[in-house]
Design a protein around this ligand. Structure first.
Ligand SMILES: [Zn+2]
Length: 152
């Protein structure tokens, strides 16, 4: 199993799962639990470095590795990066939630409409990213950064 990067939910200390300190479990005799090496808290976020990317139709996906560009150039565009738990939380807050056939998905606002009404979907995407990027570096973003990487 990978040694994941984690962050304590209480004191925000960043460490890895291997750094977590075993201590006797308070309720299960003979068992142990792993706690934050700084404050002893048991809960933590998974902050494995993740990316968020979107497709031409506005569908957003997240994961460790963005998909490679397809030969026809119709690839995904990376739009944000950050620790897994924080990236998921921020994206859930800023993106539109799909409904109908897209139930359970996240969508870049304005992109599906742009396609529908003959406007430029890339412009709609850039407006969304620029709006999200205004909060880059703010405390509540927990290190999640929006931006489209420069070409090349
Ligand atoms: Zn802690």
């Amino acid at each position: 199993m990978d040694n994941r990067n984690v962050q304590c939910c209480r004191c925000r200390n960043k460490h890895t799962e291997a750094d977590r300190t075993p201590r006797p479990h308070p309720r299960i005799s003979g068992a142990s639990e792993l706690v934050c090496p700084r404050c002893g808290c048991t809960s933590y976020y998974d902050i494995t470095p993740w990316h968020a990317w979107c497709w031409a139709n506005g569908l957003i996906e997240m994961g460790v590795t963005p998909p490679a560009d397809s030969p026809d150039g119709d690839g995904a565009i990376v739009i944000a990066r950050g620790g897994k738990a924080h990236l998921e939380a921020v994206m859930n807050a800023v993106a539109r939630h799909g409904y109908g056939d897209l139930e359970g998905t996240l969508i870049v606002p304005g992109v599906p409409e742009a396609e529908l009404y003959g406007r430029d979907p890339v412009k709609a995407l850039r407006e969304f990213i620029d709006w999200c990027a205004q909060s880059n570096g703010r405390r509540h973003r927990h290190g999640v950064v929006f931006g489209i990487p420069a070409e090349g």
